[in-house]
Design a protein around this ligand. Structure first.
Ligand code: HEC
Length: 192
């Protein structure tokens, strides 16, 4: 009788241990399944991939936007000192290639290469020109650059590109000085 009692209590004890073991194994398995398949932080690839996709979409969007501007044909423009939608669009493209790095994508003077320059690149929207905001003055700035600053001359650009830049600047700037078409025409014919 006392022997039976002993056996039974030993049995009960062992069963308890076995269940505890089963429980901990089961819990470990569940935990593993959760970490491997459910927990979102474990998939390290997920975040950079989605970021890359977003950047790609942005880049594609940017190209798609610039595309129509590139297609503008200004080679037949006879009087490039007179503004037009085509010239402004062409100017935007030339600006992106040559100027945005300093003056910023929108002309706010916040381009990457402008950081640390003294004086900093001008905010073309605000203006406050040294040479002036008329077509002639802006064209001359592009011809000669600005002495004592990092603003170089852009006389190597085709004339039509420089006029297109002038029209683009005037299209975004709050600081525009009108000048007479006949005066600008006379200037343009004598200008390099
Ligand atoms: C290397 C950087 C850099 C690049 C590239 C650059 N600029 Fe500038 N730009 C400057 C700096 C610096 C100034 C001087 C700002 C000042 O004097 O306060 C300036 C000034 C100007 C001004 C003001 C002129 C005035 O009368 O005050 C205009 C307009 C201008 N830039 C247009 C352009 C255009 C258009 C392009 C592209 C063809 C261009 N810049 C490319 C740095 C740059």
């Amino acid at each position: 009788m006392s022997n039976d009692d002993h056996n039974q209590s030993e049995d009960t004890y062992n069963k308890g241990g076995f269940y505890a073991f089963l429980f901990s194994m089961g819990f470990s398995l569940l935990f593993f399944v959760y970490i491997a398949f459910v927990h979102p932080g474990v998939d390290l690839k997920e975040i950079p991939e989605s970021e890359m996709q977003a950047e790609q979409t942005l880049a594609e969007g940017g190209e798609a936007e610039a595309e129509p501007a590139k297609k503008v044909d200004v080679s037949n423009v006879k009087e490039p000192w007179l503004t037009s939608e085509d010239l402004v669009a062409h100017g935007a493209t030339v600006y992106k290639t040559n100027c945005a790095i300093c003056h910023g994508d929108k002309g706010l003077g916040d381009g990457m290469a402008g950081k640390g320059l003294n004086p900093p690149p001008r905010n073309l929207v605000e203006g406050g020109w040294k040479n002036g905001g008329s077509r002639i003055a802006l064209y001359e700035t592009l011809q000669k650059g600005l002495e004592g600053t990092s603003m170089a001359a852009f006389g190597h650009l085709p004339k039509v590109d420089r006029w297109a830049l002038v029209h683009w600047i005037q299209s975004v700037s709050k600081d525009v000085t009108p000048d007479e078409d006949s005066k600008v025409a006379a200037f343009a014919k004598g200008a390099e």
